[in-house]
Write a protein of this length. Structure first.
Lengths: 321, 307
């Protein structure tokens, strides 16, 4: 039977899901391999192996293909030794295997300077910044969001101002945060809080408003009052959606990480990345960037599994996660 | 709905056998539970005001089964919501055992068409919910919840979540959840409207069974006339635009009720009367609709007829 790939809003077979799911990673990596390993695809430069008679060339140097060919032609005309080399990509695009190696060696290479940090120390520092930023943001944002979603007066009192404030770019508060909180972790955490909190209040308020009002009415007719309505109906009713929101917002917090860590003294994974870029160890830079992706995705997958265990009644979670 | 073909005169829906009359006398001798006086409800303001309910008056006695029927837009649901305290009337009074209703309370239970079970609670905990928020202990609530579930034959599903149940089962849970806090009246707003015909029949029988066993007065909103006759002691017929009481019919069909009575003369006479009441008022609008149907152009071949 002919398989029909494109069917609107139809669930697809588990096998197909697996195939396409893996392809979403395999295809970009294949593309990267193609550009890196097939010499006639792109490779705009030549990596010199033998300088030959050309004085300014050294082994390991990269030069543009056109310039190299000119030098080869010149040397050929003069009957001198020809420079040799092979096609290469610019230094900022390392091949997959180099990055894979770097993923490993980055952890095994001791810090360059004495007061420097190992990669895992940098990563751990970054994770702590994210953690505290997100915890502080949630401690304010979640209750405020739920209150705004539940009671009209809270919504009117807070949301217009928050709508305004969320357009202010968080990094703009960097200098201010340093002036108030010093140069270490304080201002970094603050930037993540500013970047996350205002979206958080609005998103959670919206989620709360989507609660089926019939459930609240049913609870009312069962004699539920005031605070109990909030704790026994509204909060449990929105909890799976709230949890999903928090997962999305945590990803949001990660995107503010690099900017936050540049503020004051550069620290964490950002410090590692800037240092490696300065030495032109681009394989290490890619490795570090991937590390952030892997950690982020890893945490989200763990949270998704945890969500399924926490909310066995939730239908939409079972469908998407 | 099809017009009833009446081969012989059905007699009047007002004719009651001695037995039925005696039962109504007993019913009316019981104290008044619900007293609705001059109830009005307006929606909107200024020029756009619409009258949903206009001067509604009726009394319901303890352990009475009252059905409310009427065409769509007659304010049946609004009436139920006002009785439940979920909506406020514009004027008039609702008295429950003599005290005015000012908001939702545990003395009035409500069952909605959309089940409204709490999806995050198991069946048992759904039933326990009302008991717990009204200050009953966990252990006591659990015991009672299990008894209630037994009453509707769902004790095996005590630990299931609502999404694992069928529509009929969900509605049974919703009914015992409302009954568990022992309300004086149970308001039901088209509770079986979303169920298929067979399940609905079973649920009707089930509901009568529960009602027989428990000291509760039921106010049941429906648009299904047969359902109303099958269930009710009395039927409050409303008309639309504005919603007003047309008649309070005493159903002459004897109890206990069974499916066989659907073709009994008293049943058919009552149904004929209900249809007369509901369709006469809605006549104008029906005509309009009929006209638009006849306007449909023929799109099949001339010889290709289906009737």
């Amino acid at each position: 039977m002919k398989t029909r790939w494109l069917q609107v809003l139809k669930p697809i077979a588990p096998r197909t899901q697996l195939v396409f799911g893996s392809m979403s990673f395999v295809l970009p990596i294949l593309l990267w391999c193609l550009v890196s390993y097939v010499p006639f695809v792109w490779h705009p430069q030549i990596l010199i192996t033998q300088p030959g008679s050309v004085e300014y060339l050294e082994p390991g140097m990269r030069m543009n293909r056109q310039a190299f060919e000119d030098e080869v032609a010149d040397a050929g005309n003069d009957d001198k030794a020809l420079p040799e080399g092979y096609p290469a990509n610019p230094i900022y695009l390392p091949a997959p295997h180099e990055v894979a190696m770097a993923l490993y060696t980055a952890f095994t290479t001791p810090p360059v300077s004495q007061d420097g940090q190992w990669l895992h120390q940098s990563l751990w520092h970054s994770i702590q910044i994210i953690f505290w930023g997100f915890v502080i943001s949630s401690a304010i944002g979640v209750p405020l969001g739920v209150l705004c979603g539940t009671f009209g007066i809270f919504s009117r009192l807070n949301e217009p101002f928050i709508e305004f404030f969320r357009y202010l770019p968080a990094p703009a508060f960097g200098a201010l945060a340093v002036a108030i909180l010093g140069i270490y972790d304080g201002p970094k955490i603050t930037i993540i809080v500013i970047g996350t909190l205002f979206q958080q209040v609005l998103i959670i308020a919206n989620t709360t408003r989507k609660l089926d009002v019939a459930l609240v009415e049913a609870a009312l007719t069962l004699g539920t009052r005031n605070a109990k309505l909030l704790t026994r109906v509204v909060i449990p009713g929105i909890l799976p959606d709230l949890y999903r929101d928090q997962r999305i917002l945590l990803g949001w917090a990660w995107t503010y990480l690099i900017v936050a860590e540049l503020i004051g003294t550069t620290s964490g994974i950002t410090w590692f990345i800037t240092l490696q870029a300065r030495y032109q160890h681009f394989a290490n830079v890619y490795a570090a960037i991937m590390m952030i992706g892997i950690i982020g995705l890893g945490i989200d997958m763990v949270l998704a599994l945890l969500g399924r265990w926490l909310f066995p009644w939730d239908r939409s979670l079972a469908k998407t996660a | 709905m099809n017009q009833i073909v009446t081969p012989v005169s059905l007699g009047s829906y007002r004719d009651q056998t001695a037995e039925v009359r005696a039962r109504f006398d007993r019913l009316k001798a019981r104290e008044v539970i619900l007293d609705v006086r001059n109830l009005c409800k307006l929606f909107g303001s200024g020029k756009k005001t619409t009258t949903a309910l206009n001067d509604i008056n009726f009394r319901t006695h303890r352990r009475e089964f009252l059905c409310v029927v009427g065409p769509s837009g007659c304010g049946k649901s609004t009436l139920a919501r006002i009785l439940a305290g979920l909506e406020e009337q514009t004027s008039g009074e609702v008295l429950l055992t003599g005290k005015p209703v000012t908001g939702p309370g545990s003395d009035r239970g409500m069952v909605f068409q959309g089940y409204t079970l709490f999806p995050w609670l198991t069946v048992k905990k759904n039933v326990m919910f009302g008991l717990e928020v009204n200050g009953r202990g966990r252990h006591e609530s659990e015991q009672q919840a299990l008894q209630w579930l037994q009453l509707v034959g769902l004790e095996k599903f005590a630990d299931a979540y609502p999404h694992q149940l069928s529509g009929g089962m969900k509605q049974r849970v919703a009914i015992v959840r409302a009954l568990a806090i022992q309300p004086r009246i149970l308001l039901m707003d088209e509770p079986f409207g979303a169920l298929d015909a067979q399940t609905r029949c079973r649920m009707q029988a089930h509901l009568l069974e529960i009602w027989r066993k428990i000291d509760v007065t039921i106010v049941f909103i429906t648009h299904d006339l047969e359902e109303a006759i099958f269930l009710a002691d009395r039927i409050l017929v409303l008309c639309a635009h504005p919603g007003e009481v047309q008649e309070l019919i005493e159903v002459p069909v004897p109890r206990p009720r069974s499916a066989a009575q659907f073709i009994s003369p008293t049943f058919l006479a009552t149904k004929a009367r209900l249809e007369e009441l509901i369709h006469s008022k809605a006549h104008d609008e029906d005509d309009e609709e009929a006209e638009t149907y006849s306007m449909v152009t023929r799109l099949t071949q001339v010889a290709d007829n289906v009737e």
